[in-house]
Write a protein that binds this ligand. Sequence first.
Ligand SMILES: N[C@@H](CCC[C@H](N)C(=O)O)C(=O)O
Length: 301
Amino acid sequence: MDRVTTALAAPAPIAFLKGHGTENDFVIVPDPDNALDLPPAVVAGLCDRRAGIGGDGLLHVVRCAAHPDARAMAGEAEWFMDYRNADGSVAEMCGNGVRVFARYLQHAGTVGSGDLAVATRDGVKHVHLDKNGDVTVSMGRAVLPAGDVTVSVDGRQWPATHVNMGNPHAVAFVEDLAHAGTLHDPPPFSPASAYPHGVNVEFVVDRGPRHVAMRVHERGAAETRSCGTGACAVAVAAARRDGADPAVTGAPVTYTVDVLGGRLVITERPDGSVEMTGPAVIVAEGQIDPSWIEGVQNGHA
Ligand SMILES: N[C@@H](CCC[C@H](N)C(=O)O)C(=O)O
């Protein structure tokens, strides 16, 4: 009798890319039809710098029409940035991420240079892509909720400005960026009710007229070398501290924000919209072994 051998089809490898914007780095997972299961443990595993690929976050690239959180935006944008922090949590928005997301679409040949709409959990963002140069994103308006907030590190305490850029930020002006310490842990803030879902905390010093430098502890990650929404929050907080409000004067205000991984330029316009310009780089492409993902899901990767 003939033996019939049934070959089990091996699960297909999953494509990924690695990219960064001012050294805020991301694992990019193209998944146009939203076919992949990416639970928090898998995202955290992929972002792990020793056991995984490594990144401050993950950009899941999905068509709006295929994702329940983005379907309503499908008329305005084809692509949805399903952003995840390195610990697997979901965030509303990522400023460096949206530039890298757009650069990926250009790199893949999906879009050319020029203007592009990208859907995010904070709505549709309009991006302008230079062929090889910087990427500019219209980030929407900054909201500055009233109320006093303080943040502290190693027994030092500072008043902070609460700025919402779609995601929450506490911006503290300090005398020296070294005062933020190692930033291994999230800086405690007060009152506890100010940020029920956690917060990104920026520490800022002046470098010159309309020029500041910052360090950041990102919610769901750790200290990162840059944060785009954070740089926007910092620019708006610095402008208000310096008595500049484009909505009052009718003139745009531009700040240069130095981050550990480079430089971002932020302009606030009289209509309140905030524009960010900075680099976005694709570094590598590869394949994820599906059996590794299975191991992470079963807790033994
Ligand atoms: N790195 C990002 C912000 C990512 C999200 C943030 N950690 C949050 O939880 O809000 C940026 O460039 O804006």
